[in-house]
Design a protein around this ligand. Sequence first.
Ligand code: NAP
Length: 322
Amino acid sequence: MDRVLLGESGLSVSPVCFGTWQLSPRFWGEQSKDDAVSAMKLAYDQGINFIDTADAYGDGYGESVVGEAIKDLPRDELVIVTKVFNHFNPDGSRYPDLTPDHVAERCEASLGRLGLDTIDLYLLHLYDQLTPLADIAGTLERLRDQGKVRAIGVSNHSVEQLRAQRRCGAYSVIQPPYSLIDPVGESGLLPYCQSENVGVMVYSPLHKGLLTGKYTGTETFDDFRGYHADFQGERFKELCDKVQSLRPIADRYELTICQLAIVATLMHPAIHVAICGIKTPEQIAEAAGAVGRTISREDYFAVRNLVGPAGPKLADAKGEQK
Ligand SMILES: NC(=O)c1ccc[n+]([C@@H]2O[C@H](COP(=O)([O-])OP(=O)(O)OC[C@H]3O[C@@H](n4cnc5c(N)ncnc54)[C@H](OP(=O)(O)O)[C@@H]3O)[C@@H](O)[C@H]2O)c1
């Protein structure tokens, strides 16, 4: 399985990362823990060494399931990411809290749930505007000195927020949203990351399942997609039709639509890793099948034009405007 260097983090990872947000019942409803554990073990067998979780996924539950899945796998071959941001109240409510004592406490709790001595990559889940940036960076530096985290990064930051953080600390990775349907960050965040060699691991590359091609536009959802605009009415149907129009290109490369979406996402030179949200062994096997594949420049732009946002189209392979 291919490996990529994640910016200047020193981490060598598979271009597909196993995403575990699906273990958050508040968003995704109840998932089978057995399926999740089997899927993580299969991921390792298929060469996926990168797992993304957060203390917020099921308020610690996601991390515990990761801990269970990896306990018998070779530690040195795995790269585990988790995130910190929230203060969790006993009644289930949360608020942002990246103050030094709280981060140190949350890091200890994450290590315990994951069954690890070191978190390979520790991310600030969001931007906390109340805590001075130097305090956050100082805390993370101490955790690194203590060997509790190896590399640090951020998620859900604008390019200006990332720039500001990097003036205070050694943040080498960002985890932003990105999909071919909504390719955010291409005019600001991604060029900045490319020029500064910041590792980029994008989340929701399958647009929360839409880019797998398995929906027709008539489905209803009893998870958070039941109130997500892209999964409602005419917009849902229109997006599903656009995704189906990818099939002839996918067929030509003997890829599934899901794999084609991952391949095209990873062709962006700023993007190192696509984190796919996985519920079952079948889903990770399909995603793993995209690694190492590529499509032509002409087909890349065709894919972008078929499912991308409306408006001026990207230049095609001949440099003309469509
Ligand atoms: N940093 C952050 O704030 C943040 C935010 C969101 C996500 N993330 C991370 O990124 C990961 C991925 O993002 P995401 O979960 O939003 O979206 P995603 O990867 O775009 O979509 C996940 C959904 O795609 C479907 N799927 C995945 N593989 C499939 C396959 N091979 N065949 C058919 N369906 C497949 C599943 O849908 P069904 O449910 O229909 O089976 C799954 O729930 C998360 O798990 C999490 O680790 C981070």
